[in-house]
Every structure is written in C-alpha cells, then in structure tokens.
Ligand binder design. Structure first.
Ligand SMILES: [Mg+2]
Length: 251
C-alpha cells in the first residue's frame, strides 16, 4: 500500500525490533519497575479489515433476500476498497443513495463494535512472534485499546488468545475504554500515565499519529513505534522521533 510516511527499511526495522526485545530483559538495577511493552490492537497488532468485509458480506446477503439491486455491490467488496471510515468505503463502492448508505452505516456500526465479530480480525505480519519475544524476554505486555469494555472486552480477550498473543498469563493485561463514547486519544492520554503501575514503558506501538505523539510525551526514553497501516483522517504530524514501520517482522 502506498504511504505518505517514510517507513524504516526492513533491515532497520529488524534492528529496531531486536533492540526492543533486548530492552525487555529485566535488569536488577530497578527490580521494582519491570519493563512494559504497550500495544494498541486495531490497525496495530491486528488488521480489522476482514471484520468489515464479513459485515458487508452479511449485508449483501440480507439485501439479496430482499432482491435489493445493491446486493451485488456489497458482495463484491474487497480489502482494497476499504478506507478508514465506512463513509469513504461506501463512496469507493459507489453507494451514493443516502438511505442505503445510512442503512449500511448502521448495520456496520452495531456489528463492527461488538464481541462477536472480532474473530474475523487477523494478526499483522510478525506481530504474534514479536509480542511473544517481548514477553519471553521478560516484559509485561499491556494491550491498550480504544475498544470499549462493555461491547468488545470479552471478544478482544478471546481474539488475543485465539491468534496466539500472550494473554491470560502473569504479566499481561487488556485495557479497554469504560465507555465507547470517550475519544481514543483522550482515553490514552488520561490512562497512559497509569501504566507505570505495571512498570516502566520501554516501547509502545500504535497506528494513530496522535497516540504515538502522546506516548512519546509520557515516555520520552521509550521506543515509540508508529505502525503504518490505516489511521484516522486528519491526523496531526507525527513527531520525528517516532519510528515508522509497516509491520512487526524481526527477520
Ligand atoms: Mg488503532
């Protein structure tokens, strides 16, 4: 995928990932503050586009039952049609009838932000191996997501487990928003400083420039990594000290 960001060449990405794993080895100098690695979920560890595709297929099926003329348009949707916002995706698909667009948006929203559909997400290349390497080296892992606990908490835990990330074991935790209405960046800025209850953050990964900038302010000595997948349109410029990678490959 074309990107406006200057990603690290693969060799430098591999070196960065190895450096972070090395920083996950707990040192005796500060046993009270064990190393912590922070991961966002959507667009960082996981590609959620298959979730949207599954929902659009379900909508296509429903429209087909009604003999609706737009059924085929949704059935033909592919990953490359998907924009960050569903409204932009619908435009790309050529869905311009306002009533149908509103129906699709509502259909998508109730399903996308729910436990039952998280099983469609797939791991970003190398992310399971990398998370395991950090954990095995001695770091605690915090999955710090903008997903909300009431609607998506259980499905997120299940998805982390099923994809093979360390979860449900000592030194791992899943942190969700208490309420879906809280904006993601505000949530991460408010809760981020509390991560020092777990230990000292040595690295944080996110696919939103705003969140990466916030992590850098909170943890100036940590490696902050922007995973260049998809992000909210209109994002602020990324702090030049943030590393840019396309995935988590270590070799
Ligand atoms: Mg994200």
């Amino acid at each position: 995928m074309a990107s406006a960001f200057k990603r690290l060449p693969l060799a430098e990405q591999q070196a960065l990932m190895s450096r972070i794993v090395a920083r996950c080895k707990a040192t005796d100098s500060n046993p009270q503050k064990p190393p912590v690695v922070v991961f966002d979920l959507d667009g960082t560890l996981m590609d959620n586009r298959p979730r949207t595709l599954a929902i659009l297929q379900e909508l296509a099926h429903e429209l087909k039952e009604e003999a609706h003329s737009a059924a085929g348009v949704f059935a033909a949707a592919q990953a490359e049609h998907l924009a960050y916002l569903l409204g932009d995706t619908l435009q790309k698909l050529g869905v311009d009838h306002p009533e149908l667009a509103a129906r699709a948006e509502a259909f998508w929203k109730t399903r996308f932000f729910s436990d039952a559909y998280l099983k469609h997400d797939v791991a970003v290349h190398g992310s399971v191996e990398f998370a395991r390497a950090c954990y095995e080296a001695g770091a605690s892992l915090v999955y710090f997501t903008g997903r909300d606990l009431p609607l998506m908490g259980i499905g997120s835990f299940q998805s982390l487990r099923d994809l093979g990330y360390p979860i449900g074991v000592v030194g791992t935790e899943l942190v969700c928003k208490p309420d879906a209405k809280i904006p993601d960046e505000l949530f991460k800025r408010t809760e981020g400083p509390k991560l020092n209850r777990v230990g000292r953050v040595v690295a944080a990964f996110d696919n939103e420039p705003a969140n990466c900038n916030a992590f850098l302010e909170m943890n100036p000595d940590a490696e902050i990594v922007f995973v260049d997948t998809q992000h909210l349109p209109g994002a602020p410029p990324l702090d030049p000290r943030v590393h840019i990678v396309s995935d988590f490959r270590m070799r």
